[in-house]
Design a protein around this ligand. Structure first.
Ligand SMILES: C[S@@+](CC[C@H](N)C(=O)[O-])C[C@H]1O[C@@H](n2cnc3c(N)ncnc32)[C@H](O)[C@@H]1O
Length: 248
């Protein structure tokens, strides 16, 4: 028998980027709980008219768990929608533990992460031969602590492709850490705001000017910071592109 609870990666925003599997589950779900701060409400257009819908942005873990447990008890199918892919900063671990404790089974449906929607928006490959074969997915330490060995300035020493989630509101500190860790000020950097949404915005620059550009744009959330030479293939021969007076 199919599991009654599904953690679903709803993708980065554009509903067409949701998987067919995710859409089929949403179409038959009795109960839908979705992270309303990041998920496009248009996904609810696939839901049954009589589906019970809950927004989770202001809910606590016990509250969402209680809704899920109550629905499962009544034999209902629950779709728990997460933004992007649930495995990346999806906070599903604690949700799964809460369900494990109640003996409730679940399945995870992967989704398109905002990382990949951002790379697509930038029309760039994250793993370029002879440039970078490593992608670091990380965040700046905020309320959530980051292990000492994974502090941004330590990771910066690798000079690899880096995707910094959950940190655009702290862009000054991000740049400061990356420079302190060894990236050059001329390292290409970009911020993608609401990748795949209608109002998607892209800011390109270098570590020298990215923070100023981001602050001038007013972007401080729902944005991914991408850093590395993959953004400028052919940076082996640096050109006017990195001249301080160059404007995009
Ligand atoms: C709680 S995390 C969720 C990430 C999600 N699981 C994923 O795979 O994209 C939220 C962070 O993801 C990034 N993010 C989510 N959606 C985004 C989008 N459409 N465009 C750019 N960044 C996005 C931002 O850094 C945001 O602060």
């Amino acid at each position: 028998m199919a599991n009654p609870v599904y953690f679903i990666g709803a993708g980065p925003g554009d509903v067409d980027l949701m998987t067919v599997k995710a859409r089929k589950i949403i179409e038959r779900a009795d109960v839908i709980i979705y992270a309303d701060s990041l998920i496009n409400e248009a996904v609810l257009g696939f839901a049954r008219l009589d589906a019970e819908i809950h927004k989770s942005a202001r809910m606590s873990l016990p509250q969402t768990t209680a809704i899920i447990a109550g629905a499962v008890k009544l034999g209902k199918t629950v779709a728990r929608l997460q933004s992007g892919d649930p495995a990346i900063f999806g906070a599903i671990q604690e949700q799964m533990v809460a369900l494990d404790e109640k003996g409730i089974e679940y399945e995870i449906i992967p989704g398109v992460s905002s990382l990949f929607a951002s790379a697509a928006a930038l029309k760039r490959e994250l793993t370029l031969p002879e440039v970078s074969q490593t992608v670091i997915i990380t965040r700046l330490e905020g309320k959530t602590p980051v292990p000492e060995a994974e502090q941004l300035r330590k990771l910066a020493a690798h000079h690899s492709t880096m995707a910094v989630f959950l940190s655009s509101s702290m862009i000054d500190s991000v740049v400061e850490e990356l420079l302190a860790g060894g990236y050059l000020p001329t390292t290409p950097a970009a911020v993608v705001y609401r990748a795949s949404w209608q109002d998607q915005k892209i800011i390109r620059g270098t570590l020298r000017d990215l923070a100023e550009k981001v602050k001038a744009s007013g972007i401080n959330k729902q944005a991914l910071i991408l850093v590395g030479d993959f953004l400028e293939p052919g940076t082996g021969r640096r050109s006017k592109l990195y001249d301080e007076n160059f404007t995009w």
